[in-house]
Design a binder for this molecule. Structure first.
Ligand code: NDP
Length: 327
């Protein structure tokens, strides 16, 4: 495993990490979740990603039970939660980035995860109904109280992140240090273009999600639609519509033959491609089976096969390199 500093912080995070969206507390049983965490940890993964909304709190409960059962030393891993969507409650006070929900959601996450503090606490989406100042104060206070160590954002715009920073700086508060954006061979604009100044100015770290575009980049949708996979799950038609498109499948077939030439599987090539970007601090893996995780872990060593020439061949296939501004 490789470790890097998360942005400009001193926190050393593993370049591959494990997330629990749609799997823990939903698609897979608790024993399978435990096996995944054990394999991840034994292979040097030190970051486990979670959120209040994942399986409406169940994902954090499952992870909390596993953390307690496995008894890993608290100083050996990083665990996150994310706030905004709530955990299923429909009342007006049960979601958002207002001080009340941020405070209560943090306490609920600590309880479910059975930990005394969260290493990372992320604002899962921007909240147009709450002033950014209120959220910065709420996060600062949680850090001052020792309940959170670092805070960040997910799917915020560069401008929103910068606003939070400016307010924090002007008021001597602790600002966000990390953003969690989608990043994969199909979705590149934010990470490669929009945030490019933030890496320099504020030292933004990134924990990127959906490196396989929910499984399309595993190649298993290339020839037919397989049974029992994420994109066939009830209620996830929106995710299937987003990812299972003719263009994506076509590109994935072309990438597959390039991966074959290199002696790699397509998921390993796709994850290694994310790792090649130095502005990516960690790639959060998702897996419904231990065999998937074991395969995907090979991406660390596969990076050396992605030479300049191979990266150019990938660009030729994708044809979607974000255009940088001329200034
Ligand atoms: P991926 O895009 O890598 O999708 C993971 C899924 O793809 C697996 O659950 C599995 O689904 C399939 N898969 C993975 N590896 C293989 C393989 N080798 N062969 C075949 N199929 C494979 O990542 P996720 O979308 O799961 O995102 C990762 C994490 O990022 C999440 O768990 C979460 O922590 C975070 N996240 C954050 C978001 C945010 O808004 N901040 C949003 C989404 C995710 P299956 O077997 O069911 O087909």
């Amino acid at each position: 495993m490789e470790y890097v500093s998360l942005g400009k912080t001193g926190l050393k995070i593993s370049r591959l990490s494990l997330g629990s969206w749609l799997t823990f507390g939903k698609q897979i049983g608790d024993n399978d979740a435990e096996d995944l965490m054990r394999i991840a940890y034994d292979n040097g993964i030190n970051f486990f990603d979670n959120a209040e909304i994942y399986s409406r709190g169940m994902s954090e409960e499952v992870m909390g039970k596993i953390l307690t059962k496995l008894g890993w030393s608290r100083d050996s891993y990083i665990v996150s939660s994310k706030v905004f969507f709530g955990n299923g409650g429909q009342l007006p006070t049960q979601k958002g980035l207002n001080r009340k929900h941020v405070f209560e959601a943090c306490h609920q996450a600590l309880k479910r995860l059975q930990v005394d503090y969260l290493d990372l606490y992320l604002c899962h989406r921007p909240d147009k109904a709450t002033p950014i100042e209120e959220t910065v104060w709420a996060m600062h206070h949680l850090i001052a109280q020792g309940k959170v160590l670092y805070w960040g954002t997910s799917e915020w715009s560069a401008q929103e992140i910068m606003e939070a920073h400016m307010f924090a700086r002007q008021n001597h508060l602790i600002g966000p240090v990390v953003e969690q954006p989608e990043y994969n061979l199909f979705t590149r604009e934010k990470v490669e273009n929009e945030f490019s100044q933030l890496y320099k100015t504020v030292g933004l770290g990134t924990t990127i999600w959906s490196p396989l575009a929910s499984g399309i980049l595993s190649g298993k949708y290339n020839d037919s639609f397989p049974d029992s996979t994420r994109l066939g799950m009830e209620g996830l038609e929106w995710l299937k519509d987003k990812n299972f498109t003719e263009d994506r499948v076509l590109k994935s077939r072309q990438l597959n033959s390039l991966a074959d030439d290199l002696g790699l599987s397509l998921p390993v090539l796709s994850i290694a491609w994310c790792l090649k970007n130095p502005t990516v601090s960690t790639v959060i893996l998702g897996a419904s089976k231990t065999s998937q995780l074991s395969e995907n872990l090979k991406a660390i060593s596969a990076q050396e096969l992605l030479t300049t020439e191979v990266m150019e061949r990938i660009e030729l296939i994708m044809g979607n390199k974000p255009r940088k501004p001329d200034y």
